[in-house]
Design a protein around this ligand. Structure first.
Ligand code: NAD
Ligand code: MG
Length: 394
Protein backbone atom coordinates (compact mmCIF):
# COMPACT_ATOMS: atom_id res chain seq x y z
CA UNK A 1 0.00 0.00 0.00
CA UNK A 2 1.51 3.35 -1.07
CA UNK A 3 0.89 6.09 1.51
CA UNK A 4 0.34 9.39 -0.26
CA UNK A 5 0.58 13.04 0.74
CA UNK A 6 -1.19 15.46 -1.58
CA UNK A 7 0.14 19.01 -1.30
CA UNK A 8 -2.68 21.17 -2.71
CA UNK A 9 -5.45 18.55 -2.63
CA UNK A 10 -8.25 21.07 -3.24
CA UNK A 11 -6.83 22.28 -6.57
CA UNK A 12 -7.40 20.95 -10.03
CA UNK A 13 -4.45 18.50 -9.91
CA UNK A 14 -5.21 17.57 -6.29
CA UNK A 15 -8.80 16.64 -7.16
CA UNK A 16 -7.71 14.62 -10.21
CA UNK A 17 -5.19 12.80 -8.02
CA UNK A 18 -7.90 11.85 -5.52
CA UNK A 19 -10.08 10.66 -8.40
CA UNK A 20 -7.35 8.25 -9.59
CA UNK A 21 -6.54 7.09 -6.05
CA UNK A 22 -10.22 6.35 -5.33
CA UNK A 23 -10.22 3.89 -8.26
CA UNK A 24 -7.50 1.78 -6.55
CA UNK A 25 -8.22 1.42 -2.82
CA UNK A 26 -6.11 -1.76 -2.81
CA UNK A 27 -2.96 0.14 -3.91
CA UNK A 28 -3.07 3.66 -2.48
CA UNK A 29 -4.00 5.27 0.82
CA UNK A 30 -4.05 8.99 1.55
CA UNK A 31 -1.73 9.94 4.42
CA UNK A 32 -2.17 13.73 4.33
CA UNK A 33 -4.19 16.36 2.49
CA UNK A 34 -3.32 20.07 2.42
CA UNK A 35 -5.16 23.20 1.30
CA UNK A 36 -4.94 26.95 1.37
CA UNK A 37 -8.45 28.45 1.61
CA UNK A 38 -11.10 25.95 0.58
CA UNK A 39 -11.82 24.33 3.97
CA UNK A 40 -15.24 23.05 2.91
CA UNK A 41 -13.75 20.97 0.10
CA UNK A 42 -10.81 19.86 2.25
CA UNK A 43 -13.16 18.51 4.94
CA UNK A 44 -15.32 16.79 2.32
CA UNK A 45 -12.18 15.15 0.83
CA UNK A 46 -11.09 14.05 4.31
CA UNK A 47 -14.52 12.55 5.00
CA UNK A 48 -14.14 10.41 1.89
CA UNK A 49 -10.55 9.21 2.27
CA UNK A 50 -9.91 9.42 6.05
CA UNK A 51 -6.27 10.65 6.03
CA UNK A 52 -4.04 10.78 9.11
CA UNK A 53 -3.29 14.51 8.66
CA UNK A 54 -4.97 17.63 7.35
CA UNK A 55 -2.87 20.75 6.89
CA UNK A 56 -4.12 24.26 6.20
CA UNK A 57 -1.95 27.23 5.26
CA UNK A 58 -3.33 29.83 7.66
CA UNK A 59 -2.92 29.29 11.43
CA UNK A 60 -5.70 31.78 12.17
CA UNK A 61 -8.14 29.41 10.47
CA UNK A 62 -7.32 26.47 12.78
CA UNK A 63 -10.24 26.94 15.22
CA UNK A 64 -12.78 27.13 12.39
CA UNK A 65 -11.21 24.09 10.67
CA UNK A 66 -11.29 22.15 13.99
CA UNK A 67 -14.97 22.91 14.38
CA UNK A 68 -15.69 21.73 10.84
CA UNK A 69 -13.62 18.55 11.29
CA UNK A 70 -15.45 17.74 14.55
CA UNK A 71 -18.84 18.31 12.92
CA UNK A 72 -17.82 15.88 10.15
CA UNK A 73 -16.75 13.30 12.77
CA UNK A 74 -13.18 13.21 11.45
CA UNK A 75 -10.46 11.38 13.30
CA UNK A 76 -7.30 13.05 11.99
CA UNK A 77 -4.64 15.49 13.15
CA UNK A 78 -5.15 19.06 12.05
CA UNK A 79 -2.06 21.24 11.55
CA UNK A 80 -1.40 24.67 10.07
CA UNK A 81 1.42 26.69 8.55
CA UNK A 82 4.46 26.18 6.33
CA UNK A 83 6.30 23.97 8.86
CA UNK A 84 3.37 21.58 8.92
CA UNK A 85 3.47 21.30 5.12
CA UNK A 86 7.16 20.35 5.33
CA UNK A 87 6.35 17.86 8.06
CA UNK A 88 3.70 15.91 6.12
CA UNK A 89 5.84 16.07 2.95
CA UNK A 90 8.80 14.45 4.71
CA UNK A 91 7.11 12.20 7.30
CA UNK A 92 8.58 8.71 7.34
CA UNK A 93 5.10 7.18 7.09
CA UNK A 94 4.51 8.67 3.62
CA UNK A 95 6.06 7.13 0.48
CA UNK A 96 4.76 9.37 -2.26
CA UNK A 97 4.21 13.12 -2.37
CA UNK A 98 2.09 14.79 -5.03
CA UNK A 99 3.49 18.35 -5.28
CA UNK A 100 0.41 20.22 -6.56
CA UNK A 101 0.49 23.55 -4.73
CA UNK A 102 0.46 26.39 -7.25
CA UNK A 103 3.34 28.87 -7.42
CA UNK A 104 6.26 29.64 -5.13
CA UNK A 105 4.31 28.52 -2.02
CA UNK A 106 5.09 24.98 -3.19
CA UNK A 107 8.87 25.36 -3.18
CA UNK A 108 9.72 24.54 0.44
CA UNK A 109 7.37 21.58 0.99
CA UNK A 110 8.35 20.09 -2.39
CA UNK A 111 12.01 20.46 -1.42
CA UNK A 112 11.25 18.85 1.94
CA UNK A 113 9.83 15.81 0.10
CA UNK A 114 12.87 15.68 -2.19
CA UNK A 115 15.34 15.93 0.70
CA UNK A 116 13.51 13.13 2.51
CA UNK A 117 14.05 10.91 -0.56
CA UNK A 118 10.35 10.44 -1.37
CA UNK A 119 8.76 9.43 -4.62
CA UNK A 120 7.91 12.98 -5.76
CA UNK A 121 5.20 13.54 -8.37
CA UNK A 122 6.01 17.04 -9.62
CA UNK A 123 3.12 19.18 -10.84
CA UNK A 124 4.37 22.39 -9.19
CA UNK A 125 6.62 23.56 -12.05
CA UNK A 126 7.30 26.91 -10.36
CA UNK A 127 9.32 25.11 -7.65
CA UNK A 128 11.73 23.70 -10.23
CA UNK A 129 11.87 26.96 -12.21
CA UNK A 130 12.85 28.78 -9.01
CA UNK A 131 15.44 26.32 -7.78
CA UNK A 132 16.74 24.48 -10.90
CA UNK A 133 20.17 23.00 -10.28
CA UNK A 134 19.77 22.93 -6.50
CA UNK A 135 16.53 20.96 -6.86
CA UNK A 136 18.05 18.42 -9.27
CA UNK A 137 21.21 18.07 -7.15
CA UNK A 138 19.07 17.34 -4.08
CA UNK A 139 17.09 14.74 -6.03
CA UNK A 140 20.27 12.88 -6.88
CA UNK A 141 21.76 13.29 -3.42
CA UNK A 142 18.71 11.98 -1.55
CA UNK A 143 17.87 9.40 -4.24
CA UNK A 144 14.33 10.72 -4.43
CA UNK A 145 12.37 9.35 -7.37
CA UNK A 146 11.20 12.31 -9.45
CA UNK A 147 8.29 11.75 -11.85
CA UNK A 148 6.91 14.63 -13.93
CA UNK A 149 3.17 15.28 -13.85
CA UNK A 150 3.07 18.21 -16.27
CA UNK A 151 1.55 16.46 -19.30
CA UNK A 152 4.36 17.53 -21.67
CA UNK A 153 7.15 16.38 -19.37
CA UNK A 154 5.33 13.21 -18.53
CA UNK A 155 5.01 12.57 -22.29
CA UNK A 156 8.73 13.24 -22.83
CA UNK A 157 9.58 10.96 -19.90
CA UNK A 158 7.54 8.20 -21.54
CA UNK A 159 9.32 8.73 -24.90
CA UNK A 160 12.85 8.59 -23.44
CA UNK A 161 14.73 5.29 -23.22
CA UNK A 162 13.76 3.44 -20.02
CA UNK A 163 17.31 3.61 -18.68
CA UNK A 164 17.83 7.33 -19.46
CA UNK A 165 18.05 8.35 -15.78
CA UNK A 166 20.06 11.57 -15.54
CA UNK A 167 22.06 10.89 -18.69
CA UNK A 168 22.84 13.12 -21.64
CA UNK A 169 20.34 13.49 -24.48
CA UNK A 170 23.05 13.12 -27.15
CA UNK A 171 24.35 9.91 -25.53
CA UNK A 172 20.85 8.45 -25.91
CA UNK A 173 20.79 9.37 -29.61
CA UNK A 174 18.36 12.25 -29.08
CA UNK A 175 18.55 15.37 -31.25
CA UNK A 176 15.67 17.34 -29.87
CA UNK A 177 12.79 17.52 -27.47
CA UNK A 178 9.64 18.82 -29.18
CA UNK A 179 7.61 20.59 -26.50
CA UNK A 180 4.04 20.97 -27.72
CA UNK A 181 1.48 23.55 -26.61
CA UNK A 182 -2.04 24.41 -27.70
CA UNK A 183 -1.33 28.14 -28.05
CA UNK A 184 -4.15 28.81 -25.57
CA UNK A 185 -7.57 30.38 -26.12
CA UNK A 186 -6.29 33.38 -28.12
CA UNK A 187 -4.23 31.60 -30.78
CA UNK A 188 -5.78 33.44 -33.72
CA UNK A 189 -6.54 36.77 -32.04
CA UNK A 190 -4.99 40.05 -33.22
CA UNK A 191 -3.40 42.68 -30.94
CA UNK A 192 -6.51 44.86 -30.76
CA UNK A 193 -8.65 41.99 -29.46
CA UNK A 194 -5.92 40.87 -27.00
CA UNK A 195 -5.93 44.31 -25.36
CA UNK A 196 -9.50 43.75 -24.17
CA UNK A 197 -9.16 40.15 -22.87
CA UNK A 198 -10.97 39.59 -19.54
CA UNK A 199 -9.88 37.20 -16.74
CA UNK A 200 -12.91 35.00 -17.48
CA UNK A 201 -11.87 34.66 -21.14
CA UNK A 202 -8.26 33.92 -20.17
CA UNK A 203 -9.32 31.24 -17.69
CA UNK A 204 -11.41 29.40 -20.29
CA UNK A 205 -8.91 27.07 -21.98
CA UNK A 206 -10.15 25.31 -25.14
CA UNK A 207 -8.80 21.84 -24.19
CA UNK A 208 -7.75 21.70 -20.52
CA UNK A 209 -9.66 22.43 -17.32
CA UNK A 210 -7.11 23.91 -14.86
CA UNK A 211 -6.56 26.33 -11.96
CA UNK A 212 -6.73 30.07 -12.68
CA UNK A 213 -3.00 30.86 -12.52
CA UNK A 214 -1.91 28.18 -14.99
CA UNK A 215 -4.88 29.06 -17.23
CA UNK A 216 -3.69 32.66 -17.54
CA UNK A 217 -0.12 31.40 -18.06
CA UNK A 218 -1.40 29.17 -20.86
CA UNK A 219 -3.12 32.12 -22.51
CA UNK A 220 0.09 34.23 -22.45
CA UNK A 221 2.23 31.12 -23.15
CA UNK A 222 4.27 31.89 -20.04
CA UNK A 223 3.21 28.36 -19.13
CA UNK A 224 5.14 27.02 -22.15
CA UNK A 225 8.05 29.25 -21.14
CA UNK A 226 8.06 27.83 -17.60
CA UNK A 227 7.79 24.35 -19.13
CA UNK A 228 10.77 25.09 -21.37
CA UNK A 229 12.84 25.86 -18.26
CA UNK A 230 11.36 22.84 -16.46
CA UNK A 231 12.32 20.54 -19.37
CA UNK A 232 15.92 21.84 -19.38
CA UNK A 233 16.31 20.81 -15.73
CA UNK A 234 14.37 17.56 -15.80
CA UNK A 235 16.09 16.16 -18.87
CA UNK A 236 19.49 17.86 -18.71
CA UNK A 237 18.74 19.68 -21.98
CA UNK A 238 20.47 22.76 -23.34
CA UNK A 239 18.00 25.44 -24.56
CA UNK A 240 18.88 24.73 -28.22
CA UNK A 241 17.86 21.09 -27.72
CA UNK A 242 14.22 22.06 -27.07
CA UNK A 243 11.82 23.29 -29.73
CA UNK A 244 8.36 24.62 -28.93
CA UNK A 245 5.69 23.47 -31.40
CA UNK A 246 2.10 24.69 -31.40
CA UNK A 247 -0.40 21.86 -31.74
CA UNK A 248 -3.87 23.32 -31.09
CA UNK A 249 -5.67 19.98 -30.56
CA UNK A 250 -3.60 18.98 -27.45
CA UNK A 251 -3.68 15.30 -28.40
CA UNK A 252 0.08 14.89 -28.77
CA UNK A 253 1.46 15.88 -25.37
CA UNK A 254 5.10 16.21 -26.56
CA UNK A 255 7.68 14.32 -28.63
CA UNK A 256 11.29 13.19 -28.69
CA UNK A 257 13.25 13.28 -31.95
CA UNK A 258 16.06 10.75 -32.32
CA UNK A 259 19.21 10.94 -34.45
CA UNK A 260 17.96 8.32 -36.94
CA UNK A 261 14.89 10.38 -37.84
CA UNK A 262 12.46 8.61 -35.50
CA UNK A 263 10.08 10.85 -33.59
CA UNK A 264 8.37 9.27 -30.58
CA UNK A 265 5.21 10.91 -29.29
CA UNK A 266 2.82 10.29 -26.41
CA UNK A 267 -0.86 10.83 -27.28
CA UNK A 268 -4.03 10.85 -25.26
CA UNK A 269 -7.12 12.84 -24.39
CA UNK A 270 -6.26 16.08 -22.57
CA UNK A 271 -7.01 14.86 -19.04
CA UNK A 272 -4.41 15.12 -16.26
CA UNK A 273 -5.52 11.80 -14.77
CA UNK A 274 -3.38 10.06 -17.43
CA UNK A 275 -0.01 11.49 -16.33
CA UNK A 276 -1.09 11.23 -12.67
CA UNK A 277 -1.92 7.52 -13.07
CA UNK A 278 1.31 6.95 -15.02
CA UNK A 279 3.43 8.49 -12.28
CA UNK A 280 1.53 6.92 -9.37
CA UNK A 281 1.87 3.40 -10.76
CA UNK A 282 5.24 3.74 -12.53
CA UNK A 283 6.60 1.44 -13.90
CA UNK A 284 3.26 -0.36 -13.95
CA UNK A 285 0.07 0.84 -15.64
CA UNK A 286 -3.29 1.37 -13.94
CA UNK A 287 -6.74 2.53 -15.01
CA UNK A 288 -7.08 6.32 -14.82
CA UNK A 289 -10.73 6.82 -15.77
CA UNK A 290 -9.69 8.67 -18.94
CA UNK A 291 -11.59 7.82 -22.11
CA UNK A 292 -9.43 6.23 -24.82
CA UNK A 293 -8.70 8.34 -27.92
CA UNK A 294 -11.34 8.02 -30.61
CA UNK A 295 -9.47 8.14 -33.93
CA UNK A 296 -12.70 8.17 -35.93
CA UNK A 297 -13.54 11.65 -34.63
CA UNK A 298 -10.08 13.23 -34.98
CA UNK A 299 -10.38 15.17 -38.20
CA UNK A 300 -7.75 17.82 -37.73
CA UNK A 301 -4.17 17.42 -36.55
CA UNK A 302 -2.07 20.52 -37.08
CA UNK A 303 1.25 22.08 -36.11
CA UNK A 304 2.94 25.48 -36.41
CA UNK A 305 5.81 27.33 -34.81
CA UNK A 306 5.08 30.06 -32.23
CA UNK A 307 5.11 33.74 -33.13
CA UNK A 308 7.17 35.43 -30.41
CA UNK A 309 5.57 38.84 -31.09
CA UNK A 310 2.22 37.31 -30.25
CA UNK A 311 3.65 35.55 -27.17
CA UNK A 312 6.33 37.85 -25.65
CA UNK A 313 6.21 35.92 -22.36
CA UNK A 314 7.47 32.79 -24.13
CA UNK A 315 10.44 34.70 -25.54
CA UNK A 316 11.16 36.24 -22.10
CA UNK A 317 11.18 32.83 -20.41
CA UNK A 318 13.51 31.36 -23.02
CA UNK A 319 15.86 34.32 -22.63
CA UNK A 320 15.76 33.98 -18.83
CA UNK A 321 16.59 30.29 -19.20
CA UNK A 322 19.77 31.26 -21.03
CA UNK A 323 20.60 34.06 -18.56
CA UNK A 324 20.63 31.80 -15.49
CA UNK A 325 18.94 30.93 -12.22
CA UNK A 326 18.55 34.51 -10.97
CA UNK A 327 16.59 35.40 -14.13
CA UNK A 328 14.23 32.41 -14.02
CA UNK A 329 13.58 32.85 -10.27
CA UNK A 330 12.97 36.58 -10.80
CA UNK A 331 10.75 36.08 -13.83
CA UNK A 332 8.63 33.55 -11.95
CA UNK A 333 8.17 36.01 -9.07
CA UNK A 334 7.25 38.89 -11.40
CA UNK A 335 4.82 36.69 -13.30
CA UNK A 336 3.03 35.52 -10.15
CA UNK A 337 2.36 39.16 -9.22
CA UNK A 338 1.41 40.07 -12.80
CA UNK A 339 -1.11 37.23 -13.12
CA UNK A 340 -2.70 38.08 -9.77
CA UNK A 341 -2.91 41.77 -10.78
CA UNK A 342 -4.50 40.79 -14.10
CA UNK A 343 -7.04 38.53 -12.34
CA UNK A 344 -7.93 41.44 -10.03
CA UNK A 345 -8.37 43.85 -12.94
CA UNK A 346 -5.27 45.97 -12.22
CA UNK A 347 -3.28 45.01 -15.35
CA UNK A 348 -4.52 44.43 -18.88
CA UNK A 349 -3.68 41.15 -20.63
CA UNK A 350 -0.82 42.63 -22.77
CA UNK A 351 0.57 44.39 -19.69
CA UNK A 352 1.44 41.03 -18.09
CA UNK A 353 4.41 40.48 -20.42
CA UNK A 354 5.40 44.17 -20.43
CA UNK A 355 5.45 44.10 -16.62
CA UNK A 356 7.52 40.91 -16.51
CA UNK A 357 10.05 42.38 -18.92
CA UNK A 358 10.33 45.60 -16.90
CA UNK A 359 10.99 43.65 -13.68
CA UNK A 360 13.58 41.43 -15.37
CA UNK A 361 15.46 44.52 -16.56
CA UNK A 362 15.81 45.71 -12.97
CA UNK A 363 17.22 42.43 -11.62
CA UNK A 364 20.94 42.02 -11.16
CA UNK A 365 22.68 38.74 -11.82
CA UNK A 366 23.82 36.90 -8.70
CA UNK A 367 24.63 33.27 -7.89
CA UNK A 368 21.82 31.34 -6.14
CA UNK A 369 23.44 28.28 -4.64
CA UNK A 370 21.35 27.69 -1.52
CA UNK A 371 17.66 27.48 -0.72
CA UNK A 372 18.00 30.52 1.55
CA UNK A 373 19.56 32.53 -1.30
CA UNK A 374 16.71 31.53 -3.63
CA UNK A 375 14.03 32.46 -1.09
CA UNK A 376 15.77 35.80 -0.44
CA UNK A 377 16.16 36.58 -4.14
CA UNK A 378 12.50 35.68 -4.76
CA UNK A 379 11.52 38.17 -2.02
CA UNK A 380 13.73 40.89 -3.54
CA UNK A 381 12.23 40.33 -6.99
CA UNK A 382 8.72 40.54 -5.49
CA UNK A 383 9.61 43.80 -3.75
CA UNK A 384 10.84 45.30 -7.05
CA UNK A 385 7.77 43.97 -8.86
CA UNK A 386 5.47 45.33 -6.12
CA UNK A 387 6.95 48.84 -6.45
CA UNK A 388 6.53 48.76 -10.22
CA UNK A 389 2.97 47.54 -9.89
CA UNK A 390 2.12 50.40 -7.52
CA UNK A 391 3.46 52.87 -10.08
CA UNK A 392 1.54 51.27 -12.94
CA UNK A 393 -1.73 51.06 -11.01
CA UNK A 394 -1.50 54.57 -9.46
P1 NAD B 1 -5.15 25.23 -8.39
O1 NAD B 1 -5.17 26.70 -8.24
O2 NAD B 1 -6.38 24.55 -8.92
O3 NAD B 1 -4.79 24.55 -6.98
C1 NAD B 1 -3.72 24.99 -6.21
C2 NAD B 1 -3.65 24.25 -4.89
O4 NAD B 1 -2.58 24.86 -4.13
C3 NAD B 1 -4.91 24.35 -4.04
O5 NAD B 1 -5.11 23.15 -3.33
C4 NAD B 1 -4.58 25.46 -3.04
O6 NAD B 1 -5.27 25.31 -1.82
C5 NAD B 1 -3.09 25.27 -2.85
N1 NAD B 1 -2.42 26.52 -2.48
C6 NAD B 1 -2.46 27.70 -3.15
N2 NAD B 1 -1.75 28.64 -2.51
C7 NAD B 1 -1.23 28.05 -1.40
C8 NAD B 1 -0.43 28.51 -0.32
N3 NAD B 1 -0.01 29.79 -0.25
N4 NAD B 1 -0.08 27.63 0.64
C9 NAD B 1 -0.51 26.35 0.59
N5 NAD B 1 -1.30 25.86 -0.39
C10 NAD B 1 -1.66 26.70 -1.39
O7 NAD B 1 -3.89 24.87 -9.31
P2 NAD B 1 -3.68 23.62 -10.28
O8 NAD B 1 -4.21 23.94 -11.62
O9 NAD B 1 -4.11 22.37 -9.61
O10 NAD B 1 -2.09 23.63 -10.43
C11 NAD B 1 -1.23 23.18 -9.39
C12 NAD B 1 0.19 23.08 -9.92
O11 NAD B 1 0.22 22.09 -10.95
C13 NAD B 1 0.68 24.38 -10.58
O12 NAD B 1 2.03 24.55 -10.29
C14 NAD B 1 0.48 24.14 -12.07
O13 NAD B 1 1.41 24.84 -12.86
C15 NAD B 1 0.73 22.63 -12.16
N6 NAD B 1 0.03 22.00 -13.29
C16 NAD B 1 -1.32 22.01 -13.35
C17 NAD B 1 -1.98 21.41 -14.43
C18 NAD B 1 -3.49 21.38 -14.52
O14 NAD B 1 -4.03 20.77 -15.44
N7 NAD B 1 -4.22 21.99 -13.62
C19 NAD B 1 -1.23 20.83 -15.45
C20 NAD B 1 0.17 20.82 -15.35
C21 NAD B 1 0.79 21.41 -14.26
MG1 MG C 1 1.75 21.39 -19.18
Amino acid sequence: MQQITILGSTGSIGQSTLDVIARHPDKYRVFALTANKNLTLLIEQARQCQPDYLVIADRAELPRARGMADDAGLDCQLLAGADALDRVASDERTDTVMAAIVGSAGLLPTMAAVKAGKKVLLANKEALVMSGKLFMDEVQKSRAQLLPIDSEHNAIYQCLPGDFGYGKLEDAGINKILLTGSGGPFLNWNKARLAAVTPEQACCHPNWNMGRKISVDSATMMNKGLEFIEACWLFGARPEQIQVVIHPQSVIHSMVQYRDGSVLAQLGNPDMRTPIAHALAYPQRIDSGVQPLDFSSMTDFSFRLPDYDQYPNLRLAMQACGAGQYATTGLNAANELAVEAFLQGHLSFPQIAAFNEAVLEQLESCPLTSLDAIVEFDAQARAIAGQLLNKMVA
